[in-house]
Design a protein around this ligand. Structure first.
Ligand SMILES: Cc1ncc(COP(=O)(O)O)c(C=O)c1O
Length: 392
């Protein structure tokens, strides 16, 4: 355990199921919507609310230290220790708007996204393109093409490719994009790369050195086990000295000991990506919850979590095969996120059977999105498939 997480209690790997506030009878397969709540995060929230009732007991320096502690924990756990690269923002949309505000885009250029991509990573580019006279294009597989092949084809063929903004896995059904190949192709075109990792960070590895993204964003309330309202933005070093935040907040400025804000010009920015810190991120409640989630993640380690969740979804696919439902499997899905491709005529019955058995999931694009976390045992997957197969 790193020194950063020592102030927050963390559960041992062997106690992972009991670490969540979840009744035994619930099979929660909806971590892609919101993480199940860690008891440590719930406790941290209650403690922060209590501390807020006695504000005179929290010195300003301790509050500022809490911000930097949480940032360092995120950097350590998720961004290879690059604390100067990390900014705190309220949502993925906010982080993406920051990227759009900073990255150059000219009239006639294109921004490439995935067809059906999460709207926070679409509408910002629509607005940005409308402003400068650029165009949003979407990669969509043709025939048997994978998502990766579709993106690579578009990267190669699109003239004046300005920005490519993608996830690591598709939010509807977990299909994984090969970011090694995609990032190499994007850089070969001289285009900027933005990654929305809201559905993968905390589970799938982030290869900053290999992929060289310009910006990376992720919400904190899914695979990072934290609260809503505190998301993460990583900025490449080339944007840390010249990037434009979308608002101007005191928290992003170094106003010195005297805390002066002269009329002629604002004080300099805080170092690194802190210039992109949004107003409101200093909320001690969200900071405390985020830190508790990150400390647990750091202790359990994303690679070990991915391996365990891979066992769960492999057990699911094996049970589907055995039940003669191989056609329901999403090929190339991530270890933690998949889609059950239930035929339209049976979808309602399967959905109702799941609800009746306290199996929680999301409906996405005509299928059922299943996103287990460490509360789920691989052995439970046979039961889930039995219930699905029996629903008519
Ligand atoms: C891929 C992806 N990006 C972003 C978000 C959330 O974005 P925002 O924080 O802008 O609401 C989600 C939520 O489901 C998501 O699935």
């Amino acid at each position: 355990m790193s020194a950063l997480s020592q102030s927050v209690p963390t559960a041992a790997w062997s106690d992972r199921r009991a670490a969540f506030a979840l009744p035994d009878e619930v099979i929660y397969l909806d971590a892609a919507s919101k993480a199940a709540r860690l008891i440590a995060v719930q406790d941290a929230a209650h403690a922060a609310i209590d501390a807020g009732a006695t504000p005179w007991l929290t010195p300003h320096a301790a509050w500022m230290a809490q911000i930097e502690h949480t940032r360092a924990l995120a950097a350590d756990t998720l961004f290879g220790g690059d604390v100067d690269g990390v900014a705190m923002v309220p949502s993925a949309a906010y982080g993406l708007a920051t990227a759009a505000n900073t990255l150059p885009l000219r009239r006639g250029q294109c921004v490439l996204v995935l067809e059906g991509q999460f709207p926070s990573n679409l509408m910002v580019w629509q607005q940005c393109c409308a402003r400068v006279g650029a165009q949003v294009l979407a990669a969509q597989p043709v025939g048997q093409e994978t998502l990766t092949d579709a993106v690579l084809r578009m990267v190669e063929r699109t003239p004046a490719l300005g920005i490519v903004s993608l996830p690591h896995c598709y939010w509807h059904d977990g299909q994984v994009l090969d970011l090694d190949r995609i990032s190499a192709a994007v850089h070969a075109r001289g285009s900027a790369l933005v990654l929305d990792l809201s559905q993968s960070l905390g589970v799938l590895p982030l290869a900053l050195a290999r992929w060289q993204p310009d910006f990376v964003v992720s919400v904190g309330y899914k695979w990072l086990l934290g609260p809503m309202g505190l998301s993460w933005l990583w900025a490449h070093p080339r944007w840390r000295e010249q990037g434009e935040p979308i608002e101007h907040h005191w928290i992003a400025r170094d106003a010195g000991q005297a805390w002066e804000f002269p009329i002629d010009a604002p004080p300099p920015y805080q170092p690194g990506a802190r210039r992109f810190d949004a107003g409101g991120i200093s909320d001690p409640l969200r900071l405390a919850m985020a830190a508790a989630g990150l400390a647990q993640l750091q202790h359990w380690q994303p690679a070990r979590i991915a391996a365990e969740l891979g066992r769960v979804t492999t057990a699911l696919d094996a049970a589907l095969q055995t039940a003669g439902l191989a056609a329901w499997i999403t090929p190339g899905h991530a270890p933690h996120l998949t889609g059950l491709r239930v035929p339209a005529a049976r979808l309602e019955a399967v959905a109702q059977a799941f609800s009746a058995h306290q199996i929680f999931y999301s409906r996405r694009q005509g299928g059922l999105r299943l996103a287990p976390y460490l509360t789920v045992d691989p052995a439970q997957m046979a039961r889930v498939v039995e219930i699905a197969a029996g629903a008519r």
